[in-house]
Write a protein that binds this ligand. Structure first.
Ligand SMILES: NC(=O)c1ccc[n+]([C@@H]2O[C@H](COP(=O)([O-])OP(=O)(O)OC[C@H]3O[C@@H](n4cnc5c(N)ncnc54)[C@H](OP(=O)(O)O)[C@@H]3O)[C@@H](O)[C@H]2O)c1
Length: 268
């Protein structure tokens, strides 16, 4: 990209889909700003990508569950003299203990990390992208956001639905500005996600291997979609069938389907 080097900020880049997106973007010549709470894996990834692809990679640790974290992150980026041309809102986690048993602080953190942070980061960074006539915003939502509910993990699906709708609205608003906005809606993906929420054993025994995708493939599909300016992409044929069913079935049947799913995972 010569003198027009562009920089992509990726949240939740210390593991899983975020780290995979960092590998995809570095492979395509983008400079990166990687953020998450754990510094060790971010630094290791930064060194690897710099060596492998010759791109410039900055690491800034942040806890996006803290109020004001997005603004502090943007200020830290500006203080380093960096500008952000692309934003990947990827950091996320879930709690599968049911609404009543989940610590209210965990609910607040889910909302801050997966909903408030993407909104605030987008609002802070999109004006610069629009003014420069080039931008990429990739919001990592979920197949769960296309389902009528996520039983036992009550807020997760609605948060991801929000992200899909907000992405579609932004896609409309940014047409013709050079800014592309996409919601990426993965199904089951091999990452640390199910270790963090403690459901690795249940999901591994309840769902066959063909329902799972690897994070690198999901990341490639997601980045290709934002480059192509698609408002939403669901990776994998099986996930597309499930997403279509989720939208077509009447509530009674759809809730039966997701209720059965939640029971198989011991969430109801
Ligand atoms: N895996 C799946 O099956 C699946 C399916 C659909 C959608 N997704 C979505 O994909 C995205 C990435 O998840 P993943 O599957 O790659 O999971 P993962 O391997 O557990 O990675 C999650 C990332 O989010 C970061 N993160 C979590 N809490 C944070 C906080 N408070 N502040 C800053 N960063 C935080 C983690 O970094 P630190 O721990 O270092 O902070 C980590 O880098 C999430 O939005 C998830 O909802 C996953």
């Amino acid at each position: 990209m010569g003198e027009h080097r562009r920089t992509i900020l990726i949240t939740g880049a210390s593991a899983g889909i975020g780290a995979a997106l960092a590998r995809v973007c570095a492979g395509r010549g983008y400079d990166l700003i990687l953020t998450a709470r754990r510094e060790g894996p971010l630094q290791a990834l930064a060194e690897d990508l710099t060596t492998r692809h010759g791109v410039s990679v900055s690491v800034i640790t942040t806890d996006l569950a803290e109020s004001g974290a997005p603004a502090a992150l943007v200020a830290a980026i500006a203080a380093r003299g960096l500008k952000v041309d692309g934003l990947v809102n990827n950091a996320g986690f879930s709690r599968t203990t049911g609404f009543l048993a989940t610590d209210p602080a965990d609910h607040a953190a889910m909302i801050r990390v997966m909903l408030t942070a993407p909104v605030e980061l987008s609002r802070l960074l999109l004006p610069g992208m629009a003014a420069r006539g080039w931008g990429r915003v990739l919001n990592v939502a979920s197949l769960a956001g296309q389902m009528p509910a996520t039983g036992g993990d009550t807020l997760y699906g609605p948060i991801k639905s929000f992200l899909i709708k907000a992405s579609q609205g932004l896609w409309l608003e940014t047409q013709g500005t050079g800014v592309h906005v996409t919601a990426l809606c993965p199904g089951y993906t091999y990452t640390e996600f199910h270790d963090v929420n403690g459901s690795r054993e249940q999901v591994s025994s309840a769902y066959p291997k063909w329902m799972w995708m690897d994070a690198d493939r999901v990341a490639r599909i997601g980045w290709d979609a934002v480059e192509a300016n698609r408002p939403r992409v669901t990776p994998g044929a099986a996930n597309n069938v499930l997403a279509a069913l989720g939208g077509l079935l009447p509530d009674s049947l759809a809730l039966k389907m997701v209720g059965g799913h939640a029971r198989r995972l011991d969430r109801l």
